[in-house]
Design a protein around this ligand. Structure first.
Ligand code: JHZ
Length: 392
């Protein structure tokens, strides 16, 4: 693994602080990112034990976003029509935003964060509050194997992907399909989205890397869809190699050639990216400093895990952002890790309260701009660092 990017000392991205803990020293780890030239795999170099991140205090809820709910609804309709699965399983079912589109008899969730698994259980969906592995796969499929396994924004969080694919092979019927969805490395590099790297994102995948890592598990990608969620993601459709029911689509070849053309197989591409990241940091600081000189009242919108990387890496001046607005119940009243900026319950933006808003949830820009059209009409502005720091 060759290191190409150093994002400094970082706290755990989703460890929001209570007011009483503000003076306590936070545990930090070095966030650096590397490239494996054999596997074409990009990953962070110091990993954090999963139990420290995915436990009963996990704050992120998929159901909080209109965009995600809409995407899950659309995808589940497509899955039902195209694959007609009798039994579906979701790895990392969070608070049930995807599960809820299926009949309770036909789907099962796996979610290690107890607070989230409990929400789904309360909705009446069978959910195993465990980490997905071969042992659990055997228990779940004792009587019936799975026709379709779905997992969004989860594989990139799991260091030991071998165990995941072993368990998938055990659980899936021979004609079964695995659908994986994660941020696209190509989009991440194109957008300068270095904030896709934080403790939870052990990997940011490309199609060329995923193809290599699933090969030893008798699995192959037969289709890829590019989606706009989370700043540009890939949805991979995967089957067992000896399943001739599905033909390999030309989308696979097209995605791979796009990635090779961009140079995702070459270390120099990543070194160039890291130079751009350093420039982005300098520019973002300049932008904040200029606004503060003009006494602008700046707040943040969307206290994302990604914001943790940006605020701590760029060392944004204390007090530069007065507070963040967020809709997530688990985050409200707490403080962002590292920067210790307060998170307040979301209120519609108003020019009287703020001049300019830092877009922490830049990946939901369209949804947010629609919601805040009055603020925008009245001259309200946003700061974004994607693809480069600027005011919009
Ligand atoms: P969002 C999390 O990352 C963590 P984050 C995790 N590691 C991951 O991979 C992705 O999710 C999938 C708020 N918001 O989705 C809600 C508003 O307040 O970009 C969320 O706190 N108002 C699992 O945290 C945050 O922004 C709004 O109108 O980087 C969005 O977080 C909208 C749209 C969002 O993920």
């Amino acid at each position: 693994m060759k290191k190409f990017l150093d994002l400094g000392l970082q706290p755990l991205a989703n460890s929001y602080l209570l007011k009483k803990d503000l003076n306590r020293k936070e545990k930090k780890f070095r966030l650096s990112v590397g490239f494996d030239e054999k596997k074409y795999l990009v990953s962070i170099l110091n990993t954090v034990p999963k139990e420290k991140m995915f436990n009963e205090n996990y704050p992120y809820k998929s159901s909080e976003s209109y965009t995600m709910k809409k995407e899950f609804r659309k995808l589940s309709e497509k899955i039902k029509k195209k694959f007609r699965p009798n039994m579906v399983l979701e790895i990392g079912s969070n608070d049930g935003a995807f599960l809820k589109n299926f009949n309770k008899k036909n789907i099962v969730g796996v979610e290690p964060c107890r607070n989230l698994a409990n929400i789904t259980k309360r909705k009446g969906y069978k959910t195993f509050c465990e980490y997905w592995d071969s042992k659990l796969a055997k228990i779940i499929t004792k009587d019936q194997k799975i026709d379709l396994i779905y997992s969004a924004n989860t594989l990139s969080h799991i260091e030991n992907y071998s165990e995941i694919f072993k368990a998938v092979d055990l659980a899936l019927t021979n004609k079964g399909v695995l659908v994986l969805e994660d941020p696209s490395l190509l989009e991440c590099l194109k957008n300068g989205a270095y904030d896709q790297f934080y403790c939870e994102h052990v990997y940011v995948f490309s199609a060329i890397a995923l193809q290599k890592i699933i090969d030893p598990f008798n699995l192959e990608i037969f289709d890829i869809e590019n989606t706009r969620t989370h700043g540009g993601s890939n949805r991979y459709f995967i089957k067992k190699k000896n399943n001739n029911f599905y033909k390999v689509s030309k989308n696979v070849r097209n995605n791979i050639s796009k990635e090779m053309k961009f140079g995702l197989h070459k270390f120099t591409t990543y070194k160039n990216f890291s130079r751009k990241v350093v420039k982005s940091k300098i520019k973002l600081n300049k932008l904040f400093n200029n606004l503060l000189k003009k006494n602008k009242n700046i707040i943040g919108y969307g206290a994302t895990a990604k914001s943790c990387t940006v605020l701590n890496y760029c060392k944004i001046k204390k007090g530069a952002i007065k507070y963040f607005y967020d809709t997530t119940s688990f985050k409200i009243g707490k403080y962002l890790p590292g920067s210790k900026i307060e998170i307040k319950k979301y209120k519609k933006l108003n020019k009287e309260d703020t001049d300019i808003v830092y877009l922490g949830a830049w990946n939901f820009k369209d949804e947010i701009f629609k919601k805040e059209k009055h603020f925008i009409k009245s001259g309200g502005k946003f700061i974004t660092h994607i693809p480069l720091p600027k005011i919009i």
